[in-house]
Design a protein around this ligand. Sequence first.
Ligand code: ADP
Length: 405
Amino acid sequence: MDKKLNNLIFVLNCGSSSIKFAILNPNNKKKYLSGLVECLFLSETYIKWQCLGVKYKKKIGSNVSHEDALNFIIDKVLKKQEDILKNLIGIGHRVVHGGAKIKKSTLINNDVIKCIQDAVSFAPLHNPANLIGIKIIIEKYPSLSRKNVAVFDTSFYQKMPETSFLYAIPYNFYKKYGIRRYGAHGTSHNYVAYQASIMLNKKFKSLNIITCHLGNGASISAICNGICVDTSMGLTPLEGLVMGTRSGDLDPSIIFFMNKNLNLSINEIEIILNKKSGLLGLSGISNDFRYFEKNYYFKKHAKRSVDVFCHRLSKYIASYMSLMENRLDAVIFTGGIGENVPLIRELTLSSLSILGFKINSEFNLSMIRGKSGLITEYPSRPVFVIATDEELAIAQETNNILNKK
Ligand code: ADP
């Protein structure tokens, strides 16, 4: 066992259908344990984890809930790691939506829990899962109950100008009910932007970049002079890019049509747009990008889905260039798809050649599985792949908040 085991933070990211967790030291960045539970509520739920370099994989069961999965993590994975557990100094929870009231990371107390609860309608798939994680962890680790920190996806967007966050609906809906664009994935966009400032040797506050976080959820942010000036996710994480199972942008009249002409209820439509659309809806087969990579050149539905995905992404990149005040330092690709799928980067950038992008195929093909680096060639505008590390970012933020006390 590592003798320098100290000041560890447990990070919990309870997603809508997955749970990611890690225990790490925020100062030296060493990860002692990390894991992932996938496919909650499906026929087979698996957990994969890695502890002190050893990898494990197990089937948890079928139709597994967040509670079941968290109990498995606590009782079967963490309990055996006494040396690690006794060195925990805090717990960082990823929370997707802070609503209108919470603007930055904060220690969790009853008021904070109420605010997260109040913002459930702004992140209906995510905030309830985040709350389950918070409740169970506080119950199971009472000695750390005052050391739980919520790190919000929405914090990164607090300085977004109202020209970006207002919808063109009666202003009162914003003033009275908080209906505006809040953004999501802020922790990841912030983390890769910071890494980009190091790679480009530029001060963060003079950085002009466009960050594309492409995972099962996907979003894009325009960062000008180190401040996020626009982002694709809106009131909820449903708006914007094409995602694994979410539609992203659409004409709101589609909802009226489905409701009035097809007799679908609002609940049914919400499920269709959140869980049955995106790549899954377009292909009718899968939302896993490994499937699309394999089948892009052979199956029509795979090509169609990927092409719609890239078309939407190119449009966003092109439009965000107009927010860059005369200079774009770089475009960044990150997230499970952004980091691992050269095809997406190639298709997206090839349709942006008119704006000065030229990909280098060799560089592009080599940037996979966590590698970070340039994928364009001179005189192209620079595009980088940068591996995100939301767990590290949440651990560091948690540590900062605990040290401020
Ligand atoms: P989220 O955090 O939103 O759950 P991730 O950032 O983990 O999403 O990304 C998940 C997506 O990335 C999935 O669509 C998955 O298929 C894709 N992905 C992950 N690894 C690879 C890979 N090696 N090749 C192709 N796609 C991958």
